[in-house]
Ligand binder design. Sequence first.
Ligand code: TYD
Ligand code: MG
Length: 459
Amino acid sequence: MAKDKTLFTCTECGGTSPRWLGKCPSCGAWNTLIESVAEAGPGKNRYSGTQFAGLAQAQAVMPLAAIEATDIARTPSGIDELDRVLGGGIVEGGVVLIGGDPGIGKSTLLLQALDALQRAGLPTLYVTGEESGAQVALRSRRLGLDHSQVNVLAEIQLEKILATIESMQPAVAVIDSIQTVYSDQLTSAPGSVAQVRECAAHLTRCAKASGVAIVLVGHVTKEGALAGPRVLEHMVDTVLYFEGDTHSQFRLVRAIKNRFGAVNEIGVFAMTEKGLKGVSNPSAIFLSQHSEPVPGSCVMVTLEGTRPLLVEIQALVDSGGPSPRRLSVGLDKDRLAMLLAVLHRHAGVACMDQDVFVNAVGGVRISEPAADLAVMLAITSSLRGKALPQGFIAFGEVGLAGEVRPAPRGQERLREAAKLGFSIAVVPKANAPKKPIEGLTIHAVERVEEAMNVVRAMG
Ligand code: TYD
Ligand code: MG
């Protein structure tokens, strides 16, 4: 392939420049120029070399009704929990990005999925850039996948990978990982934003043109700091993130974008000696089993996709120095500051001179505001050194005015809690069921101070 001229494209406006500049000459934005490849020859337009290149080709205009709406064909991966997050299975020509911390289990899960697909008679390709073929083989033995027919290619050069995919035409190809792949057309180092973007764009085009489903593996740190995978999110059809504490056994796979299914659906796995195993009934795995209730702990029911999960929220309030610390793991940090202000203003609970730490047990990340009430009750419980009663749960969003707002699908959450043997619930008034739920005493509250009084009355 002839070496095309490199070009710098603005991520904001799509404007181009022949050399790198700090400021985009077209729109004036700073630090937005990224190296890309200028496609030579006829048909060159301002979108070439950008992710919109495919859109810029001339197409006949048609009314929507005249376009055939083909149903998406999905192939189940053979791993139920993975299919659940994918929205039913792998889609022909679909591109999936799987992100997550190193060592969390991305390679393991994908190797298991490819083996299941291969056993179902679908040709698969596993492109490894991080490990040698021998290392992948070692892993497959460990997983008990003897005599696996998954095709393995140890390669990091994009053009060779594309050629293999095009000649082999597998049903699914996994690229592990996108950060190791590089294209000859660019001068920047493998793993740089320009390389990652360009390689992903080529692979996406290849998937769409050939119908091969492509799964890209990307590393992200806990803070999402590594720029690589984040810039790919808008290019691909589905984005899955692995969550969970690498020290604990459980792993969550969450869909944060899915053009072929629901987002925020989660798949739950346990890492075992023989790879990842799906957990089909995960509602109780994020509870740390205290033999006696302890101060600073409050269980909440969160709804992840279609399934309710019970998660223990822990808080530790301890006297701090001149500038007390606020730290949260698995919960929004800014929200914690807001909740502390509401707690002070509306319930008279002051933590101004205290360090406050909160944690969602088991490495799960809770993004919904329904955690607010449980966070506040855990903080108050820690501050007072008084445990909440045995079998206690709470959920509900808290507003700046001190009001407690309902959480979506409250009845479902309450029923799940009752099923797991919880007996006392403090919930928003609008979530209180009309008919009583067996075994569950429900206290419906409208305001934060009311919730605090209910708990205090329990002793
Ligand atoms: P891996 O899939 O290599 O992570 P990633 O590709 O996301 O970086 O996972 C490796 C971790 O999983 C490693 O710490 C060992 C552990 N593991 C098991 O506990 N059981 C197994 O059967 C396998 C294959 C790995
Ligand atoms: Mg890996």
